[in-house]
Write a new protein. Sequence first.
Length: 169
Amino acid sequence: METKESLREFQTRLAEKLKAAEAASGATSKLGFIAGGRHWLVSLDQINEVVTVPGLTAVPWVKPWFAGVASVRGALYGCVDLAAYMGLAEPLPEGEARLLLAHPRFGINSALRVERALGLRGIADLEEEAAPALAEWELARWRGKDGQEWTEISMEALVTAPTFLEAGL
């Protein structure tokens, strides 16, 4: 009789295989997403998973960019609207947003609420640009062959930044 495998175990095994394949080929892929009308990249080892936004529970006395608390598979995550945090747009209304869950190794159950996840983007297809004024959690700026600008972020640096952690009014 076949043993059943949990979805979590399957995702973990699949992520390990993808990382091994990436290391063997030398190619680097990043997850692309849109927040505040801008295109962003984050390394796959910095996020745990991407989920559709479950119902968010509002939290009183927080800054407008703190979207609320979400329960994802029994774990509570503080959700920050990235575009609102950056001052690029008003917080997203309830709807078709996605949550990028920070990797558990950072020790912070935090998630970024973004407009859309775009899938994997190969760094080999992008050209790095000089960026004079990057935030402490922005790693690099890239430009695609189509002219699209991308900003690569460090999820770890973002979710551990003092301004990010101080969501209370």
